[in-house]
Ligand binder design. Sequence first.
Ligand code: NAD
Length: 260
Amino acid sequence: MGRPAPRPLMDALARALEKAVMSPDDRAMVVKAMAPYAFAHEAILDGTLLTAFRTGAAGVVASRHLAVKSPATIGFIGCGTQARFLLRAHRTLFPNLRAVMYDAAPDAAARFAVEEGGQPGRVDQAGSCDIVCTSTPARAPVLFRAFVGVSTHVNAMGADAPGKQEVDPELLKEATVVVDDLPQASESGEINVPIHAGLYSVERVYGTLGEVVAGRKPGRRSNEITLFDSTGLAIQDLALARAAVAEARRRGLGAEVELL
Ligand SMILES: NC(=O)c1ccc[n+]([C@@H]2O[C@H](COP(=O)([O-])OP(=O)(O)OC[C@H]3O[C@@H](n4cnc5c(N)ncnc54)[C@H](O)[C@@H]3O)[C@@H](O)[C@H]2O)c1
């Protein structure tokens, strides 16, 4: 974040980090940079956990605006870390969602179902739910047009790098596609492979989730298939990090460390 920190600051940061990591009850670690030129650094947090939280949050915000009003079912293709946070986030808004879990590794689906409450199922069963979340590292489609209904909402979360792809381009073409960021999605999101293969074009994208949330473009309009192409934005990490730091301070968690 910001310009690169000078060497002495990085050394001090490393020492402070070591101190904080060695402290046995530092579950939430917060290191506050006190150096006058360290304005760009306020805290160090567990980025992996934050990413999972913000990915879940982005998914449920998309579902809120793009899924049918009262979804009854949610399907997962890919039952790893992101799927767990996506399900938890969805249940905060839709507490009665019935979950169907599919994973290429049947054990992963079974574990997810037991841990979070749901039913393992076939890929087409997961794909036929009111909301479908794909969160795999796949490089070939795992969700096909034949699986989904006329008003399904898809949160396509897994494609976040060039070459990754989870959704059949035929389904993509039929869907109202909302991205988090158009240049980033074109380069590394669900639309990246079809665009490079000449099967899809950026002009087809309906808009960004920001535009929909801000009311500049309507969310779900009718019986339509909607698809949120999520690549994950730095601004989401920052927004969540700020909230986490404020909450950690409020609860007296983490460690305040003077760096210089
Ligand atoms: N959009 C975002 O903001 C965002 C954020 C974090 C991660 N991601 C991406 O989401 C994907 C999943 O991340 P994760 O942390 O949950 O990974 P993970 O390794 O915890 O889980 C991935 C799961 O997908 C399963 N899987 C792999 N290939 C599959 C296939 N073809 N069909 C069905 N299941 C399959 C694996 O068995 C595993 O259980 C990755 O591609 C990651 O880069 C995106």
